[in-house]
Write a protein that binds this ligand. Structure first.
Ligand SMILES: [Zn+2]
Length: 297
């Protein structure tokens, strides 16, 4: 998954008031993308999740002029990442703004994770430049990751939206099946699992039951937590559950949200997710394809 960046790139997001050094990475987001140098390394199969693109990020030394508003974001191993909160920075030669969602397929994975995580922090900082309570201009707290209002003392913390991924299964002897869905309105949508955001006041287990009922009209039982995953592209923390259909397995499709949903036997599961090394959805589908009900045992 996207957060699995290896032991040499351990993620540390404790806030410290570090000064940005010349060797530190600078993340800047503008024009719907992140300032990066993307090199095509050729020939790989994009549909297998390997686009053959390599991404590099600028360090402070790479930038023609230092940004005026730099704040420490996080570290991966020995390397520090800072966010430039300026509206614009002067881009070094060869660097341009690459869409964050498109970078999902690039290497190396730890820089991809940095770009995604930084984008969530960047959205949060930029969305809270003024106090939502009194309208005054806010300030960054000097020693913690908080945005504070000097007028009314409001404190704003980073925004994380929980959501669930639901692997709905049906097993009878050797016959093991899973519900895969495809979103409406996206021409290139991959097969996915039922998923949705948690509503205010709702425990995660109820989100699973509600989303499965809304999207495919199935009741479920025997919910089991699998893993969670930060999905910073949408400010989300995704929580993966296995569950079993309870009663009638006939699917009733929510056509406002989905184009398609049906039961797949393990042999029928499309291989389009086999090379997906970033998403929890991909890992769960592939795990069920390989292991069936042993996926959660
Ligand atoms: Zn205020």
């Amino acid at each position: 998954m996207i957060q699995e960046v290896g032991p040499e790139h351990v993620f540390d997001n404790r806030f410290e008031p570090h000064e940005c050094g010349l060797d530190d990475y600078v993340l800047h987001y503008a024009q719907g993308g992140c300032l990066a140098r993307v090199t095509h390394v050729g020939g790989a199969d994009a549909d297998a999740g390997d686009s053959g693109e390599e991404v590099e990020l600028p360090t402070l030394a790479d930038l023609p002029r230092p940004p005026a508003r730099l704040t420490y974001a996080f570290s991966l191993g020995e390397r520090r990442f800072f966010l430039a909160l300026d509206d614009s920075v002067s881009a070094p030669r060869g660097f341009a703004y690459a869409p964050v969602s498109w970078l999902r397929r690039a290497e190396p994975q730890h820089l991809l994770f940095a770009v995604a995580t930084g984008s969530q922090l960047d959205r949060w900082y930029r969305a809270n430049r003024f106090c939502g309570r009194c309208g005054a201009r806010t300030e960054l707290a000097p020693r913690s990751r908080e945005i504070v209002c000097p007028e009314c003392a409001a404190v704003v913390y980073p925004k994380i939206c929980p959501g669930v991924i639901c692997a709905v299964t049906w097993c009878d002897g050797d016959d093991e099946r899973i519900v895969l869905t495809r979103y409406a309105g996206r021409t290139t949508a991959l097969w996915a699992l039922v998923a949705g955001f948690t509503e205010v006041g709702e425990p995660l287990e109820d989100t699973v039951r509600r989303e499965v009922m809304e999207e495919v009209g199935l009741a479920v039982k025997n919910l089991r937590f699998y893993k969670s995953q930060p999905w910073s592209f949408t400010d989300t923390l995704l929580v993966g559950f296995w569950c079993e259909v309870d009663g009638d397995p006939a699917i009733t499709l929510d056509r406002t949200e989905l184009k398609e949903a049906r039961w797949f036997s393990r042999a029928e599961i499309p291989l389009e997710r086999t090379g997906d090394r970033t998403s929890l959805t991909g890992e769960m589908i592939e795990r069920f394809r390989l292991m069936g009900r042993a996926a959660w045992a």
